[in-house]
Design a protein around this ligand. Structure first.
Ligand SMILES: Nc1nc2c(c(=O)[nH]1)N[C@H]1C(S)=C(S)[C@@H](COP(=O)(O)O)O[C@H]1N2
Ligand SMILES: [Mo]
Length: 433
């Protein structure tokens, strides 16, 4: 079938927007799939069999058991992308990014969870590690890891996003950079975190009147520390011990981290060793020299907490190749630090028309949501975009609008709409629209 014939066979009913986007119901019973109007990627069964009559795997016993499972050897190239801005002078200062182009669903496997560390991953013996709670409290308290393990725990699925995520699309880079989607947007990951509500431990210590903030400090060589408003600390902050069911990975803060749902990743202090209750923010190096937003008038805005509404198409996306015209599912991730995602819209004509995507369930606050939409690529050049709106009515801005809010060279908190151009030959590129 030529792409023109394909387009002609597509029932008008199922069209949701320009560029071949189909209605999110198109794959349901009775939709375009059932009517045979879609050029689906399956191949016709000729001999009624798959491969040789009896493949080797059916004639030889399989591998024995192993203590800790690993992905298939055929997935060996699926790995985090590593950036070391200081090279081997300081190899532990930098980032490793989640390969979003290789993943699906909404939970990041622990071994692929992104890692942002300011001075390496410490090797901490839980038997020797303690947390101190002091400052404006009735009773300063120390907690060993064994003591923490005896408290009632709760679980919550939430994302962590570094406020430096997507800096390759920020004002630092006036021209779009070409790299896999995971290297542009992979400083976001999500897990089910299990631990103790921070409020439980603060109640036990007794919060004194006048305590407006907490200082959280990590036990790493960066001594990373941040000020957090007491309201957040008493609301949904967690002392997290488990990540997707197993003890938190060293990269994520083993044996214990602070977890602040929806807030910029930097504030979720890893390798947590100390919480001090204070009247005012402490103005640590990590919240004055870094993680501030440079405004057009040259002033810096401090303390930008919730991560703004954002989405990115992860398939098709840079790092993947198109397999010729026909049917595709457009799929990606959306999230917001302000609660839940309300809608995600997709455009296949550079923003001229939009169709509403289907959202995965459960749609949880401060978690990743997967969105999807059926798409018939007719083989011509298109520009794919996604635009998320959250339940508070925040709408993801165009790159031009995002960029204009900040000074030249500003990089943090980039939640601009991502555009992927797809050429007739199938090449996928990062473009600014
Ligand atoms: N102690 C400590 N905590 C830290 C950091 C650090 O370098 N040291 N990095 C912060 C930053 S900038 C981010 S974005 C998140 C990243 O969490 P992750 O590495 O588990 O993805 O941890 C934060 N907590
Ligand atoms: Mo970060």
């Amino acid at each position: 079938m030529t792409s023109d014939e394909m387009a002609a066979r597509l029932p008008d009913l199922e069209r949701a927007a320009g560029g071949g986007l189909l209605h999110r119901r198109a794959l349901l019973a009775g939709g375009a799939l059932a009517t045979g109007a879609l050029a689906l990627p399956s191949t016709a069964a000729v001999a009624g069999a798959v491969g040789p009559a009896q493949p080797e795997s059916m004639r030889t016993p399989g591998a024995p058991f192993r203590g800790y499972g690993q992905p298939s050897r055929f997935e060996a190239e699926v790995a985090r992308g590593i950036l070391k801005p200081y090279g081997d002078l300081s190899p532990g200062a930098g980032i490793s990014m989640t390969p979003l182009q290789n993943l699906s669903g909404t939970i990041t496997p622990n071994g692929l969870f992104f890692n942002r560390s300011h001075n390496g991953v410490p090797d901490i013996d839980p038997a020797a590690h303690q947390i101190l709670i002091h400052g404006l409290v009735e009773r300063p308290l120390k907690f060993s890891m064994d003591a923490l393990m005896r408290y009632p725990m709760v679980s919550q699925i939430c994302f962590i996003e570094c406020s430096g995520n997507s800096f390759f699309n920020s004002n630092l880079f006036p021209e779009p950079m070409q790299m896999p989607v995971g290297m542009i947007h992979g400083l976001v990951s999500a897990a089910e975190w299990t631990g103790i509500p921070l409020a439980t431990l603060l109640d036990e210590a007794g919060v004194k009147p006048g305590a407006g903030w907490i200082l959280a400090e990590g036990a790493d060589a960066a001594g990373m520390s941040r000020s957090i408003p007491i309201d957040k600390a008493l609301d949904d902050a967690m002392i997290a011990l488990y990540q997707n069911g197993e003890r938190i990975r060293p990269e994520q803060g083993y044996p214990v981290r602070l977890m602040l749902p929806g807030y910029e990743g930097n504030m979720s202090v890893k390798w947590l060793r100390r919480i001090k209750l204070t009247a005012q923010p402490t103005h640590t190096k990590d919240e004055t020299s870094k993680y501030t937003d440079l405004m057009p008038d040259g002033k810096s805005r401090q303390f930008t907490y919730p991560m703004d509404v954002k989405s990115v198409i992860t398939r098709p996306a840079t790092g993947l190749a198109m397999q010729g015209p026909g049917f595709y599912e457009v799929s990606g991730l959306a999230w917001t630090g302000h609660g839940r995602i309300a809608t995600v819209e997709i455009s296949a004509d550079g923003g001229a028309s939009w169709a509403e995507a289907a959202l995965s369930e459960p749609n949880l606050p401060h978690a990743l949501v997967r969105f999807s939409l059926p798409w018939q690529w007719e083989g011509g050049p298109v520009v794919l975009m996604s635009r998320a709106t959250d339940e508070k009515g925040n709408v993801q801005p165009t790159r031009a609008n995002w960029s204009a809010q900040y000074a030249a060279g500003h990089l943090y908190h980039c939640n601009a709409i991502q555009s992927w151009s797809i050429a007739a030959d199938g090449e996928i590129k990062n473009v600014y629209v």
